[in-house]
Ligand binder design. Structure first.
Ligand SMILES: C[S@@+](CC[C@H](N)C(=O)[O-])C[C@H]1O[C@@H](n2cnc3c(N)ncnc32)[C@H](O)[C@@H]1O
Length: 417
């Protein structure tokens, strides 16, 4: 028998998959399943994410049993059931029956397709060779620059990491108690494996920690904030890095252009009992009253380093707009540098796999700004192989394969003469 609520969760997952086809990200749709109980919302999110992670592999198997391409909503039912059967270990009887019921609920077209869905999924349930199919490839607009930067073998390892998904990483407030069952990572973040309901974890209500990928925690470690330093956190929301800066005792101005994201930042600060000056402004024009000791610029970017946590990204993006982002990042770097006192420092960071948004931005900034230099990272837990010849830090999802990977990131610490 199906677990209670399982079909509500499957229906929710199909709704999310339809939203992604229509151009909405899974995060944009966070409120779409409000009517479901929280465990069903969580399961729907997991089912949708797993279906997106294995979409091409599911399609490859389904195409051997389909005589023609099904309508999009029926294709979603087939993919979801295929992933449940072959990846998630779902029992054939329950998964196939549920898929047939969901298909029938799709109106006349669904009723006509129910027999086909039943026949195809019975064959899929006994299909051998799922594990032999290669992980889903990155889209061409991303794969080409990744192969050119890191090589074909690395691109395949990154695709395997995308398929594996991401554990949950936490940054602990200084002095906070360890989280039971969490693994301590070499760089100081802690990691939980398996499905977790964040708000039910010990220490959540007390604000002892916040969710932050281990790679995303490194830009602030690289900046090395000191108590009472004046620090501008540009492009700050939802505030994972603001909280690290505030927890180190710095006087932080958290600047972001998005009021909705700043509301999240303000809630996050309140939960963790931390303080920062919150500024809604365009970081291209905002200026503090006096030069600051340091700037953190976590620039808007393609987010291509976060695909293991956002498997919808390759479906939603087509690579257009990256030129505009590169241009915006360069202008943000130039303005950010003008806010720093002489001798001050800045960390530039992007959660991107694309060298155009990372390594090349720093090369270009050094050319535009004589007197600017890169300071080589010396950080606990950072493998020296991750440091680029120019002194930046390049992180990739295929690093730490035995620990569960990390987001793709680039960061560099710059010093003004
Ligand atoms: C990568 S996210 C920042 C993540 C954040 N630093 C953290 O650790 O939680 C980029 C942010 O840049 C903001 N942003 C984009 N363009 C901006 C601009 N011109 N001025 C200020 N903020 C901007 C977006 O609203 C978004 O919140």
């Amino acid at each position: 028998m199906a677990k209670p609520g399982t079909d509500r969760a499957r229906q929710g997952a199909l709704l999310l998959l339809q939203g992604v086809r229509e151009g909405l990200s899974l995060s944009d749709q966070a409120g779409a399943l409000k009517a479901l109980p929280p465990p069903d919302q969580a399961r729907a999110g997991r089912l949708a994410a797993e279906t997106l992670r294995h979409r091409d592999r599911a399609d490859a198997i389904l195409s051997t049993y389909l005589s023609r391409r099904p309508a999009p909503r029926i294709a979603d039912v087939l993919r979801l059931a295929t992933v449940e059967l072959l990846e998630m270990g779902g029992a054939a009887h329950g998964v196939v029956d549920a898929a047939v019921t969901l298909t029938r609920a799709l109106g006349k077209r669904g009723q006509a397709a129910a027999g086909m869905v039943n026949a195809v999924l019975r064959k899929v349930a006994t299909h051998d060779g799922w594990g032999d199919l290669p992980p889903q490839a990155m889209p061409g607009w991303l794969r080409a620059p990744v192969v050119s930067a890191y090589g074909e073998a690395a691109a395949r390892a990154i695709e395997a990491a995308h398929q594996a998904g991401a554990p949950l990483d936490l940054t602990l407030k200084p002095g906070a108690a360890a989280v039971a069952g969490a693994q301590m990572l070499p760089t100081g973040s802690v990691r939980l494996h398996g499905p977790v309901q964040v708000s039910a974890l010990p220490g959540y209500a007390a604000g002892d920690w916040w969710v932050q990928d281990a790679a995303a925690a490194l830009p602030v470690r690289l900046l090395d904030p000191q108590p009472d330093e004046r620090i501008a956190d540009l492009c700050a929301a939802p505030g994972g890095k603001t909280m690290q800066l505030a927890a180190a005792g710095a006087q932080v101005s958290a600047v972001d252009i998005s009021p909705a994201r700043l509301t999240r930042l303000s809630r996050n600060l309140a939960r963790c009992g931390l303080q920062a000056r919150i500024v809604e402004a365009d970081a291209l024009t905002w200026r503090p009253d006096a030069p600051v000791d340091a700037v953190l610029l976590d620039a808007p970017c393609s987010a291509t380093g976060t695909i293991r946590r956002h498997p919808d990204l390759p479906v939603l993006r087509d690579g257009s707009g990256i030129g505009d982002l590169v241009d915006l990042q360069a202008r943000l770097i130039d303005h950010a540098l003008s806010l720093i006192a002489p001798g001050g420092r800045m960390v530039y960071a992007v959660c991107s796999l694309l060298p155009d948004e990372g390594e090349a931005q720093i090369d270009a900034a050094l050319t535009r700004h004589p007197g600017l230099s890169v300071e080589t990272p010396h950080l606990a837990g950072v493998d020296p192989a991750w440091i680029t010849p120019a002194g930046g830090l390049r992180l990739r999802p295929d690093y730490w394969p035995d620990l569960g990977g990390m987001d793709g990131f680039f960061m560099a610490r710059l010093r003004r003469d």
